[in-house]
Design a protein. Structure first.
Length: 86
């Protein structure tokens, strides 16, 4: 997953939010279920963008960074973290 933690300045949010983007495609929705996340890295600080298109492009860049990083041993070892098991 890639997660935004902050105020999302492009949208002028008044409250801090946490927005995880799950990169895996699931066969069905799981709304209302408990979600366990392990944060293992940091990509970049929060920033404002001149357009929605620029924001979306940066989010997709973040996805590519995360997907590449998750294959590195320092991060891949977290795939079997006990916290992520039922």
């Amino acid at each position: 997953m890639v997660m935004s933690i902050g105020w999302n300045p492009y949208f002028n949010n008044k409250e801090k939010t946490i927005e995880p983007w799950l990169l895996h495609d699931f066969e069905k929705d799981f709304y209302g279920e408990e979600l366990c996340l392990v944060i293992v890295g940091y990509i970049r600080p929060e920033a404002n963008f001149p357009s929605l298109e620029a924001l979306v492009e940066k989010i997709h860049d973040d996805r590519r960074v995360a997907e590449n990083a998750l294959d590195l041993p320092i991060y891949s070892k977290h795939r079997d973290h006990p916290f992520l098991r039922i």
